[in-house]
Design a protein around this ligand. Structure first.
Ligand code: BGC
Length: 730
């Protein structure tokens, strides 16, 4: 088969565009089993497991017989009972692969929506659900667990990630992975590391100091790996401090495998392997081999292993690591079994996740919840009559039958499928009508401001749906709502003082109209039952319990990099591979480990909405904070519901001062549901790494006083508790 690398790279990378969770079960002694099987591999079998092929019928590619359509396929070794690895994307549900799969799957809300739940137990259920569906569709590997930190609110994949904070991201990512693997499906965590933006993603160099890296992005991975024990880690496309992430001896050999003693395998991102030598840097499996210049980890690696003891030792280790994950997750004992999937089960969970992830940002004069007695309601814009927006790229999931609305943007054929803005078939309009049966509910698509304003004027309440689409492979040029939606919202808010804005965005947006509105709700990309979830919160059937997992800046000037790196120099393209001569360095030394709210605290900048922020329909009091010192510090406190409705609080404990001076770090959190008038005394463990600094000798806790604050967001800094720590290095 003759494949044009350029065509395949273009089209297949286009396809690509296109509280502690319970630990997953580990089968007895996977290491011993892996050693035994590896010892029985014949010479020709040693590179069977070390590379995967794209399993899609596009551009001359033929999926291997028996391989379900998905991102990758590794044939097993039947003689030794080693199952094939059947790989699919992932974090938000079993991927749609540009509509090539027709069977549909449950689309969970976006990663950032799950991040807003601050609810590891529910995110664990989400992982388990996706894995159950994957298992029933023939897959045993999910390319899930996106735990990159949101470093730039314009990042095209921010919607896939959980948050800007290492603890929140690590705990939720670990929970998702543990959920996946509880169903005997291997999960990755990805993209290791610092793949924070998409511009020039195949070549940009993310530059940062070691201490800052260890205390931020790497800490998120470390916590997710400890809690989720993923069978695989997917290394990223980009470079980190000069070395390609998939050929980085520092990241793979030193940090991941040596310092963290990670026992699983490292797979490359699709088309991110540069040569056989990446094996020596710690890469164990080449993914999407048709995207690379050669199948480096096939015959080439075999030849190298025959010749060179270093490669021979590595190849044995690579096989052992892949086998170990297969055994540890019991993939061989419970292989995928084709079975029908009940969409109602998935839909119910998608709705719960969306309910918990919706963040109420503004509620002037208790405009919400809406009374079901509202008489005239205008619903405007955002295709709210048909569905809710989803993000684009390899994570795209669709229900059977495909998107409810698909708005083309550019391209033809597969590229067009990749560039379409897809809406899940869950209509907010219908859900609102169902809640307000007696009301006159009118819909306007919002294309013409005049028409929308007439409808808004005639209504008691105007609900405007505003969307901002983002997708893998491209960053957003700024934080505005596109297509004139800001003007539409401003005009509606001027026409009707009871204007409620529902945002369906991938991440933070600016809100020039904010003060004119009665209420604003961030629904993110809310998934398969997003319309119903939005109505649940609008009408008060669910307390708005999401809290922002990212800071909403008041302007791009407040960011560490006001101009998006590469926006001026790199021509956006579907592959992200760039043109000859393209290069881009992104300087993360500016903020270092002070990502998101920590940057805002350090620079004393006031955001539009802080990290952790979100309103409830009731009120809470947070008291009695006390922090114990010692090797396993913990915080205890009391949360009381002081309002008149049942509601959910997300209590957040921040470190605000160390012996070195002021700081801001989330060190613990707890999501708690309380009936009115009730209180709960809670305790959360504090990971000492969150109090420490990374030094060349390891983590170092300086001796002296540490001050803590208990609050509902990252903005407040009044210390309420003090603990005196002893010096410790580990
Ligand atoms: C993405 C990965 C994805 C892979 C396979 C890549 O382009 O970066 O997140 O898992 O494609 O679809």
């Amino acid at each position: 088969m003759k494949l044009s690398v350029a065509v395949i790279a273009g089209l297949l990378a286009a396809q690509a565009l296109g509280a502690r969770a319970q630990a997953p079960p580990v089968s007895p002694d996977p290491d011993a089993r892996a050693r035994a099987t590896q010892a029985r591999l014949a010479d020709g079998e040693r590179t069977e497991l070390t590379h995967s092929a794209i399993a899609l019928p596009i551009h001359g590619l033929k999926p291997p017989p028996g391989a379900p359509y998905g991102a990758g396929y590794v044939p097993g070794i039947a003689r030794l009972g080693v199952p094939a690895l059947t790989e699919t994307d992932a974090s938000l549900g079993v991927a749609y692969v540009l509509g090539l799969r027709k069977d549909g799957a449950t689309a969970l809300p976006s990663g950032i929506a799950m991040g807003s739940t601050w609810d590891p137990a529910l995110v664990h259920e989400g992982g388990a659900l996706i894995a159950s569906e994957a298992h029933a569709k023939g897959f045993d590997v999910l390319l899930a667990g996106g735990v990159n930190l949101v470093r730039d609110p314009r990042g095209g994949r921010d919607f896939e990630y959980f948050s800007e904070d290492p603890l929140l991201t690590g705990v939720l990512g670990g929970a998702a992975v543990a959920g996946v693997q509880s169903r005997h499906v291997i999960s990755t965590v990805k993209h290791f590391a610092l793949n924070a933006t998409e511009t020039g993603r195949h070549f940009h160099d993310a530059v940062i100091g070691e201490a800052a890296l260890r205390m931020s992005d790497l800490l998120a991975f470390q916590i997710a790996i400890e809690q989720g024990r993923p069978g695989a880690v997917m290394c990223a496309y980009n470079r980190v401090n000069g070395a390609s992430a998939c050929g980085s001896d520092y990241l793979l050999n030193r940090v991941l495998k040596h310092d963290w003693a990670y026992p699983g395998f490292v797979m490359s991102d699709w088309g991110a392997t540069d040569g056989t030598a990446d094996a020596l840097a710690g890469l164990d499996q080449q993914s999407g081999q048709q995207l690379d210049k050669a199948v480096w980890f096939g015959a080439d690696l075999q030849v190298a292993a025959r010749r060179d003891p270093a490669y021979r030792a590595r190849l044995a280790d690579m096989d052992r690591r892949i086998l170990r994950s297969i055994y540890a997750v019991s993939v061989d004992a419970d292989p995928p079994k084709l079975a029908p999937v009940d969409p109602a089960v998935g839909a119910a969970l998608a709705r719960r996740l969306a309910d918990e992830g919706i963040v109420l940002l503004r509620n002037r004069g208790d405009a919400l919840p809406l009374a079901s007695t509202a008489k005239r309601i205008a619903v405007i814009g955002g295709h709210a009559d048909a569905g809710v927006l989803s993000g684009g790229g390899s994570s795209q999931v669709e229900a059977q039958g495909g998107p409810a609305v698909s708005v083309p943007t550019t391209g033809e054929g597969l590229a067009a499928a990749l560039s379409a803005q897809n809406y899940q078939g869950s209509s907010p309009l219908k859900a609102i009508e169902a809640r307000a049966p007696g009301a006159d509910v009118r819909y306007r698509d919002g294309r013409y401001i005049t028409d929308a304003v007439i409808a808004a004027k005639e209504a008691d309440v105007a609900i405007v749906f505003a969307t901002q689409w983002s997708r893998e492979g491209f960053d957003l040029p700024d934080l505005s709502l596109p297509d004139g939606q800001d003007a539409l919202i401003a005009a509606i808010a001027a026409a009707n003082p009871r204007t409620i804005v529902v945002l369906e965005t991938g991440g933070p947006v600016l809100m020039p109209w904010l003060e004119k509105t009665a209420a604003v709700m961030e629904a993110w990309y809310p998934g398969a039952r997003g319309g119903e979830a939005i109505a649940d919160v609008l009408f008060g059937d669910a307390d708005p319990s999401g809290r922002l997992p990212v800071t909403f800046p008041a302007s791009v000037d407040q960011l560490p990099r006001p101009a998006l790196p590469g926006a001026q120099t790199i021509e956006p393209d579907v592959t992200g591979r760039g043109r000859p001569g393209d290069h881009l360095t992104i300087d993360y030394k500016i903020e270092g480990a002070d990502v998101g709210y920590r940057w805002f605290a350090r620079e004393q900048r006031t955001p539009l909405f802080p990290f952790g922020y979100g309103l409830s329909y009731t009120t809470f009091q947070r008291t009695d904070l006390s922090v114990s010192a010692g090797a396993s510090p913990s915080a205890t406190f009391t949360i009381s519901n002081t309002g008149r409705r049942s509601g959910v609080d997300v209590a957040q404990v921040y470190l605000v001062r160390t012996p070195d001076g002021p700081t801001r770090r989330l060190v613990g959190f707890a999501r708690v549901t309380l009936p009115p008038g009730e209180a709960k005394h809670l305790s959360v463990a504090i990971d000492p790494r969150l109090l420490a600094q990374w030094t060349p000798a390891g983590w170092r806790l300086a001796a002296g006083p540490y001050q803590f604050a208990l609050d509902s967001n990252a903005e407040k800094e009044d210390a309420q508790a003090l603990a005196t720590m002893r010096e410790r290095i580990w």
